[in-house]
Ligand binder design. Structure first.
Ligand code: CA
Length: 708
């Protein structure tokens, strides 16, 4: 990210130049939607996409049907917006009265004419500059923004919540949402409801401590309430009764060693019960034996917690993974619906949730009672959910006690934050599903000396991040799931894993982007592929649809990203050739009958590993280097030093070979404006060890037959 260039674009001259264009929208009598809770619940709001999941239900179902199963084959490109400075794009755009708003890399916010793609304003929150050295262990993608009563509210990775005037993009207020000394970061979209805006954060892998979520007043940015996911030290007293209850489910001194439960995604406002439903994260560290040595459920990790929307006080919870020890976060989207679960019993107000752990849950959202749960994927940590107790029936040995064990689903989950959608007409939920395992081994962990990390990755168990992830490590599919019968309706195999979130419409369609750059429409009833284009780069963001002046459009951000690309990486992600800055990022918008040519965005590129003949890695230094790499570099540069494309592949980096240059970059922060932060904590010896590890990995790659 070249921040200086973006600042120029967002400068005063640009704002004045576009002011006249913009006033055109607001002088239009039809263009005056007040986005409040009434609008967010109004079925007549079908032209707009007002919130993350389109409306408060988070269904990602659009009642628009101009594009439908009969004519979708005639869809073409209406307009595209090139995003040359962007990298990972994972966000959901919003559309209000013909203006499309979205956040790109590092939460740069933009408003564009939804009919033409013309830029109206751009606001750069200068995330990297604000983060400084804290940018290490911080990712730069953003899942989106929220719109409420004339304000667009964005969140930045360094922890700020910023309200912008929707007409001009000028900041109205800014609030820092966590102590900058903590290794926390934000990737999620804030959510506005009843004059409040809520945001959580991530960071349990880096020593983030107690998870929490905070609500602020939309008008002022002042804090309204805060809820802790994990209790503090009982000796200090508890914030509320819920914390006291939760503390009884922990053992040892969890407040010293971590806690976790960071809420980095999944905030759903349930207007019917005036409650906010939050999906909570995994434990910090992952290994429960360190975090809570005598076991316990460890509330409120991996749960759905219902809070009173006005006060933030606890109402009920349902824990999907008690005693979490596999990174099975429940931060996947929570979708509201009215379902008739048994014929003749009438419709129930339920929530639907498919967390990482592989099960699909239907809960009564009045009280959190479990109504049904079945596996959507291969699950080996549990054999099922006991409907009497609502608890999983754990498989023997799943907690990697005494010996390493391979468990399905993997740390990326059977389903991650890639949004699922629900179509009330077909009654089906469309889930980007993954099949992948993780091998768990804590035999090398010293339980006595282990300490909470800070701005370094240490999850208290070895999951093989020092090794490559093979090309064929996992599989995936687009799964149409019947939430009433709790069984598959249809399933379309897809490449690899980490395909994008879904959109479904009244036109009997499901739209979805893929890891290989394919963007396709399927018949929502049977999964038949009806239309597809090649977007020229991996797609990780979910599409939206909206209508302007009688024409329906479908938009999607194209820019490969997310944890599996950065923290995962490996040959599994590198095989597509979506190399670092190799393909220009873009926002694509389609309509029936449109026929603009697809933009040319760049050739596939594969890392050309360097194998200098004058460098022989030292085995002892390689071991140490692998340790340093896993703690400080793997978060962005990928498993086994094979980049998934989020960052340069270090095996191909000249800078790694040249010691002085390597120091200038790693210790001196020479590339900090590009997103490579300064690592003051790494010594010269650490760097020497890193060079040895990376060179060793390069030699190993060079010795393999050429593949990708
Ligand atoms: Ca996690």
């Amino acid at each position: 990210m070249k921040a200086d260039r973006l600042r120029r674009i967002a400068g005063t001259a640009m704002m004045l130049a576009v002011a006249s264009t913009f006033s055109g929208f607001w002088n239009d009598a039809s263009a005056d939607t007040v986005v409040d809770d009434a609008a967010l619940a109004d079925p007549a709001q079908k032209d707009n996409w007002l919130a993350y999941g389109r409306d408060h239900s988070e269904q990602r179902f659009s009642p628009l049907d101009q594009i439908n199963a009969e004519n979708v084959g005639k869809t073409g490109l209406a307009w595209s917006l090139p995003l040359p400075e962007d990298r990972a794009l994972v966000g959901t755009p919003l559309v209000v009265d013909g203006v499309l708003y979205f956040t790109g890399s590092y939460s740069v916010a933009r408003a564009v004419d939804a009919k033409t793609g013309k830029l109206i304003w751009e606001y750069d929150p200068e995330t990297l500059k604000h983060a400084g050295d804290r940018a290490r262990m911080m990712w730069g993608w953003s899942r989106g923004l929220t719109f409420y009563k004339g304000k667009v509210i964005i969140a930045t990775a360094d922890g700020r919540l910023i309200a912008l005037d929707a007409k001009t993009g000028s900041p109205v207020w800014t609030t820092q949402t966590f102590d900058p000394k903590l290794p926390l970061h934000i990737s999620g979209a804030p959510k506005a409801f009843r004059d409040l805006v809520i945001i959580g954060n991530g960071g349990s892998e880096q020593g983030g401590g107690r998870g929490f979520i905070t609500a602020y007043h939309v008008d002022t940015g002042k804090e309204a309430w805060k809820f802790y996911v994990v209790p503090g030290n009982p000796a200090d007293g508890f914030e509320d009764k819920a914390q006291e209850m939760a503390a009884k489910t922990w053992t040892g001194e969890w407040w010293k060693i971590g806690g976790g439960g960071q809420t980095w995604n999944a905030f759903t406002y349930d207007a019917e019960y005036d409650q906010i439903l939050i999906g909570t994260g995994n434990g910090g560290p992952w290994n429960q034996k360190l975090r809570s040595p005598q076991g316990g459920d460890n509330l409120f990790l991996c749960s759905i917690v219902a809070l009173d929307a006005k006060t933030g006080s606890y109402k009920w919870h349902y824990q999907t993974t008690p005693g979490e020890t596999w990174d099975y976060t429940s931060t996947m989207d929570i979708v509201l619906a009215d379902l008739e679960l048994k014929a003749g019993e009438g419709k129930k107000k339920v929530l639907m949730h498919a967390p990482k752990n592989g099960f699909f849950y239907v809960l009564d959202r009045k009280d959190g009672k479990l109504l049904s749960a079945e596996p959507i994927a291969k699950v080996t940590w549990a054999t099922g959910i006991d409907m009497k107790t609502g608890r999983p029936i754990e498989a023997e040995g799943a907690r990697y006690e005494g010996k390493p064990v391979t468990i399905y689903p993997s740390v990326f989950g059977a389903h991650s934050w890639h949004a699922m959608s629900y179509n009330p007409n077909t009654g089906l939920v469309y889930i980007p599903k993954m099949e992948l395992a993780t091998r768990w081994d804590d035999s090398t962990i010293d339980f006595n000396s282990w300490k909470k990390p800070s701005f370094q990755i240490d999850v208290g168990v070895d999951v093989g991040l020092g090794n490559d992830i093979p090309k064929d490590a996992g599989t995936s599919s687009l799964l149409a799931w019947d939430p009433v019968k709790q069984k598959k309706a249809w399933e379309i195999p897809q490449p690899n894993y980490w395909n994008a979130g879904t959109l479904t419409t009244a036109g009997n369609l499901v739209f979805q982007g893929q890891i290989d750059g394919k963007f396709a429409a399927y018949d929502a009833r049977d999964g038949k592929e009806l239309w597809a284009v090649n977007a020229g780069s991996g797609i990780s963001a979910p599409p939206i649809t909206y209508s302007v002046d009688g024409t329906q459009y479908v938009s999607v951000l194209v820019g490969f990203g997310g944890a599996a690309v950065a923290y995962g990486g490996g040959s599994s992600m590198a095989q597509y050739g979506w190399g670092y800055r190799a393909q220009q990022r873009q926002l694509l918008t389609f309509a029936v009958g449109a026929d603009k040519p697809m933009p040319v965005v760049g050739e596939r590129t594969f890392a050309k590993v360097l194998t200098p003949t004058d460098f022989t890695p030292d085995d002892k230094l390689v071991d140490k280097g692998q340790h340093v790499y896993k703690a400080s570099c793997a978060w962005c540069h990928g498993a086994g030093a094979v980049s998934g494309g989020y960052t340069p592949d270090l095996r191909a980096s000249e800078a790694v070979v040249h010691t002085e240059q390597f120091k200038t970059i790693v210790q001196g922060g020479a590339l900090s404006t590009n997103g490579m932060p300064r690592f003051k904590n790494l010594s010269d010896d650490d760097l020497t060890a890193l060079q040895n590890f990376i060179r060793k990995r390069a030699l190993e790659a060079a010795q393999q037959p050429p593949s990708n």
